[in-house]
Design a binder for this molecule. Structure first.
Ligand code: MSP
Length: 524
């Protein structure tokens, strides 16, 4: 079977990682871990977008070379993904000579088949957005709005890509492939943007921008940063590897197309939904080789877009310090419906999610299961012939969860996948209240019933530790350590059946999974 090939956007290396970047990488990491848990081979590519005007400008400001500048920032991204347990198979860097060779070969191909031409153009240019502006971009007052930053008038020769030639093909492709963009409603934005499509300027003169990949057929120009960046999805997947002599690359024929390009809504139109499929189409990729786009929403603060200038950027490191890495991963996955925006609230993260759900829900259930088994049975799960409706109902919840969870996870509804697993957590805690094992423990006549309850609880928690493992890998490994149970090699979500912990199984000592967070001002 084809490996599941997933990429994220590659992050601009003009500023360090923020929570929006972290969300996207965690979302991707969760999906890749889930695919593996479902028994599928997966390949996860993420990386850094290191060329372009933004980087050149930021480096100039700091008085360092662009190469040095991107190296420093890239190291921060890599360290952050390491800390947040984002486990990718390769980290794409656009300064990589292997990538450069593929970009140049790709440009040469487009040039050779007449897809590129040179033309002189005069107009207004936004330095911040690195693009020429048209009247469409003018505000009601006739001026270019603040979002464009510094706007200068330019007249210059450049290379153009015959984008408009393929617009009709793309329109047809989008209409006949409802799965191309998730969530589907975003396809309308793309169709609207296709109206009046123009050709795309794909070069910048070296005098203006030297920090880029030179056009192989005209070295007075470097490649436009988006053309360079988008190509990472194929260059690091082994595209043209033999032709350009790239060794040690994945087998492109096996890996392509990407099953998911995970990106934010801000870079859907025009880059990913227009430029990218048209680039591939112009290069001769068939309709079956067009990748799928998974478009997530934005994290806002109290409804406002997060930005450095507003001064409300919340760092992933600070948040992980507060609620642990798994707490942050859980909060981000739990609190956003993939595709829609959400508000980031530190209060909600600490009070409702970490304390309310992780500590009082999952942590409590684990602690009850292991603690009571230790206290009443020295951690040994005994065989019991006792059964009743409460036991049966819990077994039913546990039995139903994996299939429902998998369906949601496969559909990118991670928050709903979590909710399916959480039904076991809630039911498990209610089961303790309904059966009151602490009372039964005082009555020797109830020994068989108590044994059955302890076994049911431990078994339920073992199931949860599998289902939530893509979202909270460390916490779930810790649950399994306390249960003294490991997932056997090659174990998949489909192998989840009642009886993971057989009679006679010995549990380890309990340990608090999610410690209470002491906030400033809390009385000790
Ligand atoms: N370099 C381009 C992508 C090139 S992909 C061939 C870029 N980089 S970025 O650093 O600005 O953004 C990287 C990703 O982070 C994008 O998918 C973007 O949508 C996402 N996010 C940036 N801020 C975000 C939020 N506040 N919330 C959620 N995701 C956001 O664009």
């Amino acid at each position: 079977m084809k490996p599941y090939y997933l990429t994220t956007a590659i992050d601009y290396t003009n500023a360090p990682p923020h929570i929006g970047h972290a969300y996207e990488k965690i979302l991707a990491d969760v999906m890749v871990r889930f695919q593996r848990l479902a028994g599928r081979e997966a390949y996860f590519l993420t990386g850094a977008d290191q060329h372009g005007q933004k980087v050149q400008k930021s480096a100039e400001k700091e008085g360092v070379s662009p190469a040095q500048f991107v190296d420093d920032i890239t190291a921060k991204f890599i360290a952050m993904w390491d800390r947040l347990n984002v486990r990718y198979d390769h980290y794409a860097q656009t300064v990589d000579p292997k990538h450069k060779k593929v970009v140049q070969a790709m440009l040469q191909k487009l040039h050779d088949c007449g897809q590129l031409y040179k033309q002189s153009y005069g107009g207004f240019y936004s330095v911040r957005q690195e693009q020429f502006l048209t009247d469409k971009e003018r505000g009601p007052d006739g001026n270019f709005g603040e979002e464009w930053g510094e706007v200068v008038e330019l007249q210059e020769e450049n290379w153009y890509f015959r984008l408009s030639e393929h617009v009709e093909w793309l329109r047809g492709y989008i209409k006949s492939h409802p799965d191309f963009i998730f969530p589907a409603f975003r396809a309308n934005d793309v169709l609207n943007a296709l109206e009046g499509g123009q050709d795309l300027c794909i070069s910048r003169p070296v005098e203006r921008l030297s920090w880029g990949i030179p056009l192989p057929f005209d070295e007075r120009f470097v490649n436009y940063v988006w053309f360079d960046a988008l190509t990472n999805y194929i260059s690091f997947a082994g595209y043209l590897a033999d032709e350009v002599g790239n060794e040690g690359m994945p087998d492109f024929a096996k890996l392509w197309p990407a099953d998911a390009h995970v990106i934010g809504k801000d870079i859907l139109v025009p880059a990913h939904a227009i430029y990218w499929p048209i680039m591939l189409h112009a290069l001769g990729f068939s309709d079956e080789q067009i990748p799928r786009l998974i478009v997530h929403g934005w994290w806002n603060i109290k409804g406002a877009k997060m930005s450095k200038s507003v001064g409300n950027v919340v760092g992933p490191a600070e948040l992980a310090d507060l609620v642990t890495v798994d707490g942050l991963r859980f909060y981000l996955m739990r609190s956003m419906a993939t595709g829609y925006d959400a508000d980031l609230s530190v209060d909600r993260m600490i009070i409702d999610v970490y304390t309310g759900e992780l500590l009082k829900g999952l942590g409590n259930l684990l602690n009850r299961a292991v603690n009571m088994a230790q206290k009443y049975r020295s951690g040994l799960l005994a065989a019991s012939s006792y059964d009743d409706d409460l036991n049966k109902a819990l077994r039913q919840t546990v039995a139903e969860a994996p299939a429902r969870y998998s369906e949601k996870m496969n559909a990118w509804a991670i928050h709903e996948g979590i909710a399916e697993a959480w039904k076991i957590v809630d039911h498990g805690n209610k089961f303790v209240e309904d059966t009151a094992p602490f009372k039964l423990a005082k009555d020797p006549e109830q020994a068989a019933r108590l044994d059955s309850i302890l076994a049911h609880l431990a078994e339920a928690v073992a199931h949860v530790s599998v289902l939530l493992s893509p979202i909270m890998p460390d916490a779930c490994a810790e649950i399994r350590r306390q249960l003294n149970w490991q997932m056997p090699d090659g174990f998949t979500v489909n192998d989840l059946k009642w009886g993971l912990l057989p009679a006679g199984h010995q549990l380890n000592e309990p340990k608090i999974l999610f410690p209470r967070i002491e906030l400033e001002g809390d009385k000790k």
